[in-house]
Design a protein around this ligand. Structure first.
Ligand SMILES: Cc1cc2nc3c(=O)[nH]c(=O)nc-3n(C[C@H](O)[C@H](O)[C@H](O)COP(=O)(O)OP(=O)(O)OC[C@H]3O[C@@H](n4cnc5c(N)ncnc54)[C@H](O)[C@@H]3O)c2cc1C
Length: 411
């Protein structure tokens, strides 16, 4: 069988096929696997094409990481905590889930008491099976309805929405957001944990997956762009029994006739600004929030990956920064960090990576195509196809597993 696209979705599909003893060939355009979550070399520096974070709720990705032999220490697992440079912090208390988080909300002193109690009611409502958001509304409207649009919205819900859905609250789907909160913050023990990668994103899963494929009679062909798939399932002239098409949603045009009609997607960007300082510069916590400027989260790559003095600033979703030059973005990130941390030396170098189409916009009423296509034997995978999750690594992996299982069932 063949998989086109060696991102997290494609590699998850390939591992699922290999687990069943099916030899699989993965075609990947780039020189390394990982897709939107991959290692890049730019101006002599090895970086991730965007800083990523995982959640304890990413059950399928974590299962497949274990399956292909990724060591546990490839991620730093922290109990849920939002810590900001201005002193605000929300921590889960040491109580069984979800009591720990409810306790943490009640203890969050910088939030007015009425908002804290409303937050506990909001979280409890999310856990009720009859909790429905119909018709689908925006996150902004949901927060207003539950009186969560004050300080708690500013420090907790709005940043979580932008991080998880990569869509501003006024446009984001409340239904998808509620599902994320239910599965993570109000989910099983450990689901709300933050998992910060300690290795680059190609090593985190795709390269181990490639090793697993090879050990099971398959192969990953990097630097190999597929130009054409025929209705008889020939990939650039090579025939396969089944194909999983796991390219990004904006990369489907060469295959449009075989795939059939798809909904039109809007996209949202993510900018990651790397600032390399002298080796002694570090953050007080590996992931620090900056609540009121351009930078949403800063990550200490020294503490996480041993890249001493390197900070990664994340700016998710759309905004005025899209009109700014990269040097201006970097200067703004430096200024905001200096203000938050106290004196900072000038960075030795900076690099901004702008992913214009980082993910599809996760808006109310969004239709997901699912794995079936207009062509027998050709299945779709990719973060944009998953009906449950916002476009994330977990959505990508779930979609890959689902497409591969369907390919096996119909073989
Ligand atoms: C900057 C950034 C930050 C993000 N942060 C997070 C985060 O913190 N947490 C999180 O969970 N998610 C995050 N995401 C989202 C996450 O990266 C994506 O949801 C996920 O990587 C999508 O995987 P995929 O396999 O569906 O698609 P892709 O990663 O796009 O994979 C598609 C692959 O297909 C290949 N391809 C395309 N056309 C062809 C062809 N014709 N022939 C061969 N190969 C082809 C591409 O090269 C690519 O490797 C972030 C995304 C970005 C861009």
């Amino acid at each position: 069988m063949a998989v086109i696209g060696g991102g997290y979705a494609g590699m998850a599909a390939a591992v699922t096929l290999a687990e069943r003893g099916v030899p699989v060939t993965v075609f990947e355009s780039a020189p390394v696997a990982g897709g939107r979550a991959r290692r890049v070399r730019t101006q002599g520096h090895e970086l991730d094409n965007g800083q990523h974070i995982l959640a304890g709720a990413y059950s399928e990705l974590l299962r497949l990481m274990r399956r292909v032999g990724v060591p546990d220490n490839a991620v730093l697992r922290l109990p849920f905590e939002l810590r900001y440079a201005d002193g605000f912090a929300l921590r889960a208390l040491w109580l069984p889930a979800p009591l720990g988080l409810l306790g943490g909300l009640l203890a969050a002193r910088r939030i007015p008491l009425a908002e804290r109690f409303a937050a506990v009611r909001f979280m409890r409502a999310l856990r009720r099976p009859e909790f429905r958001i119909a018709p689908d509304c925006t996150v902004e409207a949901l927060l207003a309805r539950h009186r969560q649009d004050g300080r708690i919205g500013h420090y907790v819900w709005q940043p979580l929405c932008v991080s998880a859905l990569n869509t501003p609250p006024r446009q984001a789907s409340a239904r998808v957001f509620a599902r994320v909160l239910r599965d993570s913050l109000a989910g099983v023990p450990g689901a709300s944990d933050l998992l910060l990668p300690r290795v680059d994103l190609s090593r985190l899963f795709p390269e181990h997956a490639a090793g697993y494929l090879q050990a099971n009679g398959g192969e990953l062909r990097t630097g190999c762009t597929v130009r054409q798939v025929m209705p008889d399932l020939a990939v650039d002239g090579e025939r396969f029994a089944r194909i999983v098409l796991a390219v990004g949603p904006h990369q489907l045009s060469p295959f449009a006739a075989l795939v059939g009609a798809l909904p039109a997607f809007d996209y949202q960007p993510i900018h990651t600004c790397y600032l390399q300082y002298a080796a002694g510069v570090k953050l007080p916590f590996p992931m620090l929030g900056l609540a009121s400027g351009l930078v949403q989260w800063a990550f200490d790559r020294g503490a996480l990956l041993g890249e001493k003095g390197r900070l990664a600033c994340v700016i998710s979703a759309q905004g005025d920064h899209q009109q700014m030059a990269q040097d201006e973005i970097a200067a703004t990130c430096h200024r905001e960090l200096a203000l938050a941390l106290g004196r900072l030396p000038d960075p030795l170098w900076h690099q901004v990576i702008a992913e214009k189409r980082a993910t599809i916009a996760c808006t109310p009423g969004l239709r997901h195509p699912g794995p079936r296509t207009a062509t027998a034997g050709l299945f779709l995978a990719g973060d944009y196809t998953d009906p449950e999750y916002p476009p994330t690594l977990e959505a990508a992996v779930r979609s890959g597993v689902r497409a591969a299982r369907l390919a096996l069932e119909t073989a």
